[in-house]
Design a protein around this ligand. Sequence first.
Ligand code: GDP
Ligand code: IMO
Ligand code: MG
Length: 428
Amino acid sequence: MPSLVIVGAQWGDEGKGKIVDALAGQADVVVRFQGGDNAGHTVFRDGQKFVFHILPCGMLRPRVLNLIGGGVVVNPRKLSEEIALIRLPEREWRRRLRLSGEAHLILDCHLALDRCAEAQRGNRKIGTTQRGIGPAYADRAARTGVRLGDTLDEDYFRAQLKTCLAAKRALLPKALARQVCNVERVARETLKLLRPFRDLIVDTSILLEEARQKGKHILYEGAQGTMLDISAGTYPYVTSSHTIAGGVCVGAGVGPHALDRILGVSKAYATRVGSGPFPTELQNATGETLRRIGGEYGATTQRPRRCGWLDIMQLRQAARLNSLDGIILTKLDVLDGFDKVGVCTAYRWGGKRRPEWPASPVDMAKAEPIYTFLPGWQQPTTGATRFAELPAAARAYINKIEDWLDLPVTMISIGQDRKQLIMRRKVF
Ligand code: GDP
Ligand code: IMO
Ligand code: MG
């Protein structure tokens, strides 16, 4: 299968980074197609930790070409900081990276607007990562955004920037507007930061078409997760991009036939960071245990993640919305010490048992999860290399998930390391 899409099947932080890094060993191209540095994708290599925010997770592989697609929003300052952090010689990272001219820029005014918008929402805060994501995508939709490709011609760039910043001045407190809306200052700084990347800005859609024609293996790396999708997620508590598989086409510049297989990454339980509905959240000692054992603190903001049991109704939504061909189940090892493991297998609201996701916010507020409890295995799984080596109760848990979702669990992750991964079938 030459092109494989990896998306988050829950609320983000499912372990996509680890999976993409592991699969990148078989890939020729890795593509980010949406989101920005709100993402935090953790990769361990030889015990060393890397957290990718804007760079694709194939950057550590010498023979992989990494693309930042047109659907991504790029903060030039964060891009140059992250390039420095991966500690590759300049010649090397330049060989491995290309950026789409269609990608929009995140500027300081977007960061300021993100903070102001959150403050104004009071107790209805989204709990954003404060990376300027919403305002940058809002500018794209309002046609007042500035694109990476615009910076290639300085006069054109200044004209675009002028329109963009003029629209922001009225929205920000005066002192702040003076700081972040000065056209000349922003132009100079942005051009300086982007100078090393200038000749890496290309038409990534054409590169992908060429790669596909040569039969190259292309890995699409989703950011965030299905329930954070701007349309299909728990609106308004979502991010501002299309995180589902449909987002690949518009964000990478490929047609729907270019996607051969789609896999959704899910933890063996569930987490969410930021505000918004999370019906299986456990605000008790069990939730705290999941957080402690799972190390559930945000890779981007270090905020504690909310933790709870796996939700089959939610995963069925993800299966439908993404056309999932299978599930990659991560962090199974976090459940090793539990004597029983809960799974939400239906909801109850309006006096009825309902085998569906409460999609409207009004139903969501009333819905109560109905749990099925399965026996825990209370044995370590971290050393297993094959499915058969997992404890019987862990295998039974996975088999039940497959039955409930009518989907295969194709890979199982049982630790942070690249090697702690059980491959049940060939995915590429
Ligand atoms: P992403 O945003 O989907 O890439 O996920 P994050 O990197 O934000 O969060 C996942 C966290 O879980 C990271 O700290 C990973 O190192 C860690 N992780 C990934 N897979 C496993 C696993 O199978 N077991 C354990 N214990 N940790 C894992
Ligand atoms: P990865 O790729 C988890 C959440 C934020 C907030 C909402 C909107 O690491 O899985 P934004 O800054 O995007 O406007 O915030 O989305 N969020 C994530 N949660 N993982 C992520 O990325 C996230 N990116 C954004 O916490 O609730
Ligand atoms: Mg993350």
